[in-house]
Design a binder for this molecule. Structure first.
Ligand code: NAP
Ligand code: SF4
Length: 683
């Protein structure tokens, strides 16, 4: 019987035929994502548990992070590879654990080509990528032949290791893409020259893989539907490639959008949900085998909608499964409102990986730490008070209730969320509302006693065993002469709607919030077509790579963004998203001033000195985004009581300080949620 709410998403599908055919229990694919756990043999247990938790959560097919078919295909020095029997034997632990948990898993084979962050990298040519410091060496004709065979051997080893399928990574600008595009392939041997010859390498990879693993073993090929780089493929080439690959033995097409070096954001929050679905629908018209949609799909509703519309046969979600391992189980049980939705921030996943750290998740700090950050059910039901319902307090309250403590959450305002509520007002950060929906629902389900509009006093807290103080921060108002001028407002005033700014605005402070506020101030409503036009996304049938001239934005206000530092504005933002935020500032014609000293604020505007010269930034409103100060009054008041051992009769109250109330400097939701969870895990 089909599921009443998600009949398409939760319907089984069989990939391939014959004895190796793979029947998936539903259409949800956990897309490949490098977590950093792939790279070290000693992490194999952690990696297995990471996947097993997702398998228990009901996902149809898991795809691992990328494993190189040769050392020269590494993502970074000594990165993951699948090149010998020892590797295959080690992976039996992964496949065994996932199978025991009821799941199916595919290994992704990925050759980084010129994206390899090491001096041994190779590519179709010696053209350096704009995002890596290493110039690749151009592969010889023999190298290419050897690499196509190495791909096939990795595929065969994956089968030996017990994987249910493989995915060949042919998108995001990695080696296979580098062979396909004239941008990177200027060869004149059989592996380059014409478009047909550029296709030869991926087709050989699939053909040789099929030859080694027989007719039935499922081979997923991730195809780039839109390169979003100059000199990328045309739609005609992509469609022709798909047909050749299908003939060579591809079982399923997964899809990818944009090379890593593309200057169009493809997966971060500001990309509209489901932005790329029409491209998958287009591929589905071309091929006969199943097609999997991917990129910026993060709810079961949207996934169901895409499948129901016949645009795809499966839906791949990578980060949403990092955020909530039980995504599928919750959808199945009609508990979608309990899903911890990925907010596409990249802050703890891709930003970590690009900084050579283990991936995790901003909204789920247990991701990739399943064996280390464990919320063990408590043996002693202590009374826990959490004061403050920002991200730190919400994480602490829900984690404590999950462990079985009796939890009371006090919040001074009448709404949950603290600073996070302000963030979701920023254009392109609407998804952040889902995190508050998640926490609100979790508090309900877990039976937390939530007291909104209550500023907890020391008396209110006297009877608790544990008090977790998460009283947060207030916007800092720097001591600039004239800071109390009528034109001055804090970012909180503006984002909450308490103050409506005028047409000309000066923003003081260009950290994450200064940039966000500048985007908010200049933003005008845009639909998907406008968004595509502003980023110069066109039709690959008309221009190679799908790029066209970007349509200029008409900013809603004239904004000047000021900082004291002389470094480029926005340089400290997330590695994988900061560039896009900086691009929006430019598109929105925000004037950027660095190296400023604030002299005063008066009726004329903000007086500053830059390089010894005085300037006035004429404006109607000054918005201060100069960081935050901790709110610690309650903690300071509680400390003497703790020292005196007051609390429930005979029980000493233990007080913990977390979140912005603990450290305001550069506090973000990632650190807050992690700290809130960790403090409770240690109770
Ligand atoms: P922030 O990143 O610390 O930036 C505040 C800025 O204000 C500083 O960069 C500083 O720059 C300036 N400032 C500090 N004290 C000042 C003073 N006394 N007078 C004048 N200017 C002063 O803080 P935030 O922007 O409020 O962001 C808070 C946290 O949220 C950060 O951790 C941030 O990373 C995170 N966040 C991230 C994003 C994102 O990644 N997209 C978005 C929003 C928030 P100068 O001294 O150079 O002027
Ligand atoms: Fe999603 Fe952000 Fe978590 Fe990454 S860190 S999985 S983008 S919520």
């Amino acid at each position: 019987m089909s599921h009443p709410t998600y009949p398409h998403l939760l319907e089984p599908i069989t990939l391939g035929a014959g004895p190796d055919a793979l029947t998936l229990r539903n259409r949800v694919v956990m897309g490949s994502m490098h977590t950093g756990l792939e790279d070290h043999p000693w992490d194999i247990g952690r990696l297995s548990e990471f996947f097993a938790e997702r398998a228990r959560g009901g996902v149809g097919l898991i795809i691992t992070g990328g494993y190189a078919p040769t050392k020269r295909g590494w993502l970074k020095p000594f990165a993951s590879e699948m090149t010998n029997r020892l590797h295959a034997m080690r992976h039996e632990r992964v496949t065994g654990t996932v199978h025991e948990a009821g799941g199916a898993i595919a290994l992704q084979v990925l050759h980084a080509g010129r994206y390899g962050y090491h001096p041994l990298s190779q590519s179709a040519s010696d053209k350096k990528s704009p995002i890596t410091p290493f110039k690749p060496s151009a592969m010889s004709t023999k190298d290419v032949d050897h690499t196509a065979t190495a791909f096939a051997k990795s595929v065969a080893l994956a089968r030996k290791a017990g994987y249910d399928a493989v995915e060949i990574m042919g998108s995001e600008g990695y080696l296979i893409n580098q062979f396909l595009a004239s941008r990177t392939n200027d060869r004149d041997d059989q592996w380059g020259g014409s478009a047909a010859r550029r296709m030869h390498f991926p087709v050989e990879v699939v053909r040789r893989s099929r030859e080694l693993v027989g007719d039935d073993f499922p081979i997923v090929y991730r195809i780039s539907l839109l390169d979003l780089v100059e000199g990328g493929q045309t739609w005609e080439e992509i469609a022709e490639l798909a047909l050749h690959l299908q003939a060579a033995g591809v079982t399923v097409f997964n899809t990818g959008i944009g090379w890593h070096e593309a200057r169009v954001p493809t997966i971060i929050t500001q990309v509209p949900r489901g932005a790329w679905r029409s491209y998958t629908a287009r591929l589905k018209q071309v091929v006969d085998v199943p097609v999997c949609a991917s990129n910026r799909i993060n709810t079961p509703e949207l996934a169901e909608e895409i499948l129901a519309a016949g645009e795809a046969d499966l839906v791949s979600m990578a980060r949403p499964l990092l955020a909530d391992p039980a995504f599928v189980a919750k959808a199945m049980d009609e508990r979608a409102d309990e899903i911890n939705t990925c907010i596409a921030c990249n802050q703890a996943c891709l930003d970590h990986v690009f900084a050579n750290q283990r991936a995790s998740c901003l909204v789920n700090p247990r991701a990739c730490h399943e064996t280390e950050l464990v919320l063990v059910p408590t043996m002693r039901k202590q009374a826990v008070a959490v004061v403050g319902a920002g991200p730190a307090g919400l994480a602490a309250a829900t984690s404590a209730a999950e462990r079985g403590f009796a939890v009371t959450l006090f919040e001074k305002s009448t709404e949950l969320g603290g600073q996070f509520r302000l963030a979701m007002a920023v254009p392109g950060k609407e998804d952040f509302a889902d995190t508050l929906r998640y926490f609100t629902r979790r508090l309900e389900v877990l039976g937390v006693d939530v007291r909104l509009g209550v500023e907890a006093s020391t008396d209110d807290l006297a009877g608790f065993d544990q008090v977790i103080v998460a009283t947060g921060v207030v916007p800092r108002m720097p001591a600039i002469p004239g800071i109390d001028h009528a034109s001055v407002a804090s970012y909180a005033d503006v984002l909450s709607g308490r103050v409506v700014p005028g047409k000309r605005v000066a923003v003081i402070g260009a950290g994450g919030i200064g940039v966000d506020v500048s985007v908010w101030l200049t933003h005008t409503d845009e639909d998907l077509d406008d968004w595509m036009a502003h980023w110069g996304v066109g039709d690959p049938a008309l221009t190679a790579g799908g790029l066209t001239e970007a349509k200029p934005r008409t900013p809603a206000r004239e904004v000047t963004l000021i900082q004291r530092k002389t470094t480029p504005i926005g340089i400290g933002l997330g590695k994988t998203s900061g560039w896009a935020h900086r691009a929006v500032l430019k598109q929105s014609k925000v004037t950027q001033v660095r190296g400023a000293t604030y002299d005063r604020i008066d009726d004329d505007g903000v007086h500053i000195t830059v390089d010894g010269s005085s300037h006035v930034i004429e404006c109607d409103t000054v918005v201060v985004c100069a960081g935050q100060d901790s709110v610690r009054g309650l903690y300071d008041a509680l400390s003497p009581l703790v020292e005196q051992g007051e609390g429930r009769a005979g029980v000493e109250t233990k007080v913990h300080l977390i979140g912005g109330a603990d450290v305001a400097a550069e506090l973000d939701a990632k650190r807050a949620i992690k700290q809130g969870t960790e403090v409770v895990a240690a109770l």
